[in-house]
Design a protein around this ligand. Structure first.
Ligand code: ZN
Ligand code: ZN
Length: 413
């Protein structure tokens, strides 16, 4: 590792030739053309073309739609920079001139910005290769949005087919007044799990409920009672989120349906707590179905999601120091832990340190206009990731490239 002041100076030098206008145009193009998980063909092709032009050896189709680009530049560490590519089934409501041109799809999580940053950083580091030594591996990951894209790349041999990382680096755009680079040493993102439930009743005429076992009412009790898992079964100093995000049942007002389907999203930060919460969900669902007299037990399918993201403390502190030096001491602060989840960490082989930090993006006028005095109040009142109104300020394009370049140079310089 190098001194933060040296890394900051090299970063300014390496990024001095970048064109903000060019990268902004690239970003607007990606934003206009969102693609769902594992369908990122156009995005991957755009990324691959620019990396190839910059001198990288590029492999496409890794983990279905993933891109891996390698720049070997002498003896030194292997640094992986990762950005994710997929968009969401959200109907954009920003009204931006470069809003999504695809009906019902939107880059609502900012992965278009991640690919723009990744491209800018890869180009800058390639152009300035006389300033560093080592191997740079640029990873365009598919299907982060609960799609298992990182796992797909690992299953496709990303750790065996390409130079194995000594360190893995990535960043995510977030709401918050533009111009800050929050870092969290240690645990930063939570583990996620999904549970799909089918409550089976006995269907019949809506006018004769006595001849049925109503799965809709039973499932409604399940939803209500599940709220007690966090409020009554989890210690107040433990962080858990349990959200029932899907509830489907019935076809007509006068028909009692045969089944109801629920899907839950769980977020936890501790293995023991996670196991207890999953067991509590099973107990409650089975108990409510038994209480209702369902003719058969419910189906409960646990779909393990992403693990918790735990930054290497020393690495995070090293990169945070570089970002302070480069962007101003006041711009870096500890974000604390959040309940969101990422599969970023799966791209680091066991024991390889990784760091994942954030770039705030809320335009100043949107932040000022948001209700609330405190930072935390405003934070919940501005459009965030997955909102149809999420619209990062374009001024984040170059700083987000610099945070990635400087983090890479902290190891490669
Ligand atoms: Zn997302
Ligand atoms: Zn995301």
């Amino acid at each position: 590792m190098s001194e933060p002041a040296v890394v900051a100076r090299l970063t300014r030098e390496a990024t001095s030739g970048l064109s903000a206008a060019d990268l902004e145009e690239f970003y607007r193009d990606l934003h206009r053309h969102p693609e769902l998980s594992f369908q990122e063909h156009r995005t991957a092709a755009r990324l691959a073309a620019r990396l190839r032009a910059a001198g990288y050896e590029v492999t496409e189709g890794v983990g279905r739609t993933g891109v891996v680009a390698v720049l070997a530049n002498g003896d030194g560490p292997v640094v992986w920079l990762r950005g994710d590519m997929d968009a969401l089934p959200v109907r954009e409501a920003t009204g931006l001139s470069y809003a999504s041109a695809v009906e019902g799809l939107m880059h609502a999580c900012g992965h278009d910005l991640h690919i723009t940053w990744l491209t800018g950083a890869a180009e800058a580091l390639a152009a300035a290769r006389d300033l560093w030594a080592g191997t740079l591996v640029v990873v365009g990951q598919p299907a982060e949005e609960a799609g298992g894209g990182a796992s797909a790349m690992v299953a496709d041999g990303v750790h065996e087919r390409f130079p194995r990382p000594d360190v893995l680096l990535g960043q995510h755009v977030t709401p918050g007044l533009v111009g800050f680079y929050p870092h969290t040493p240690g645990l930063t993102l939570s583990a996620s799990d999904e549970i799909d439930i089918v409550v089976r009743g006995v269907g019949g005429h809506g006018a004769r409920p006595e001849s049925t076992v109503d799965p809709l009412v039973t499932a409604a009790y399940v939803v209500t009672r599940l709220q007690t898992v966090v409020s009554r079964e989890t210690a107040a100093n433990r962080s858990v989120v349990l959200t029932v995000g899907q509830f489907h049942s019935g076809t007509k007002p006068n028909i009692i349906p045969e089944e109801a389907r629920l899907s839950l999203s769980l977020r936890t930060q501790d293995t023991k707590v996670r196991e207890r919460v999953i067991a509590a969900v099973r107990r409650i669902v089975e108990g409510e179905c038994a209480a209702a007299g369902c003719p058969e037990p419910p189906e409960i399918a646990h779909i393990p999601g992403y693990p918790a993201t735990v930054n290497d403390v020393a690495l995070d502190e090293e990169i945070a120091a570089v970002h302070r030096e480069l962007l101003g001491a006041h711009t870096v602060f500890d974000f604390g832990q959040v309940m969101g989840s990422e599969d970023f960490s799966l791209l680091a082989p066991e024991g390889v340190p990784y760091d994942f930090w954030y770039v705030t993006s809320t335009p100043a006028e949107v932040w000022e206009a948001a209700p609330g005095e405190e930072l935390t109040e405003k934070f919940v009142n501005v459009p965030g990731n997955h909102s149809p109104l999420f619209a990062p300020d374009l001024s984040v394009v170059l700083p987000g490239v610099r945070t990635l370049v400087s983090a890479a140079l902290s190891r490669l310089a």
